[in-house]
Design a protein around this ligand. Structure first.
Ligand code: ADE
Length: 250
């Protein structure tokens, strides 16, 4: 899978993504990441890529021409038969979720367009963008961090990127519940003991305990996720009790 990040700050993107697991995945050729500097495509003799918005208002806008040409230069190199999407990262987009990450992981090539200043001229977005995605209800100074979040979340779903394939399968959100707590050595730390059940070696009971912990955590921190989760009657009761306790403590 190949990621092309179109940005005014290619170094920021490459420094962030060429370390750790995504960096290793590039070295192992499981994925490829390339940062395209939009400024390299401007036809302005002073290298400008921004201008004032028509109708007035605060700030500057990225102009259509350099964004379009940067995008075209990437598109020209992608063979016709490849599955591709052009994503504009923006607080005005649809919320990024694990389901969206899975959908994008089925593509061959992703272009991620990062805005700056007050955004990008709408006309070029209309011509090139297939998906508008927001990583959350807050405003960042530019799209780079949002693009990096998306590359990271999608890359880890590409086969072979995670050393242990299992961890991509069992983590949070696959069962619509948050993950249970985890413990490692030592058995006692700061007078806190690892829950007895985890030392029992009884796998069925451990799984039961973990599932309960997931329900409790989700009820406490993300009750909105419970609506979609498939819960047994017993688990529904447990979730209700937890939510009652939470309400009491407010
Ligand atoms: N650009 C600035 N803020 C953003 C956000 N919350 N999500 C995606 N792109 C952004």
């Amino acid at each position: 899978m190949k990621f092309h990040v179109l940005t005014l700050f290619p170094d920021m993107v490459m420094q962030g993504l060429m370390t750790s697991i995504t960096g290793r995945a590039v070295q192992q050729k499981k994925i490829d990441i390339d940062a395209v500097n939009i400024r390299d495509y401007t036809q302005d003799k002073h290298g400008r890529v921004d201008d004032y918005p028509y109708g007035g208002g605060a700030g500057m806008l990225m102009q259509a021409q350099p964004v379009y040409d940067a995008c075209q230069s990437v598109m020209e190199k992608i063979p016709q038969n490849k599955k591709k999407r052009v994503i504009y990262v923006t607080p005005q987009g649809i919320p990024f979720t694990q389901a969206k990450a899975r959908e994008l992981a089925a593509q061959d090539e992703l272009l991620l367009l990062c805005g700056h200043y007050e955004g990008i001229d709408e006309r070029v977005l209309e011509e090139v963008v297939t998906d508008y995605i927001s990583i959350g209800d807050y405003v960042l100074t530019g799209g780079e961090l949002a693009a990096m979040v998306i590359v990271d979340a999608v890359a880890r779903l590409v086969p072979g990127v995670l050393g242990n394939e299992q961890s991509a399968l069992t983590e949070s959100f696959h069962g619509e519940l948050l993950e249970h707590p985890q413990y490692s050595r030592p058995e006692v730390w700061h007078d806190r003991k690892v829950p007895e059940i985890l030392m029992s070696g009884h796998h069925a009971n451990i799984e039961k305990w973990r599932r309960e912990q997931s329900v409790i955590r989700t009820a406490k921190n993300r009750p909105d996720l419970l609506e979609k989760a498939e819960l047994t009657e017993k688990e529904k009761k447990l979730a209700e009790e937890v939510q009652k306790e939470v309400k009491k403590s407010l």
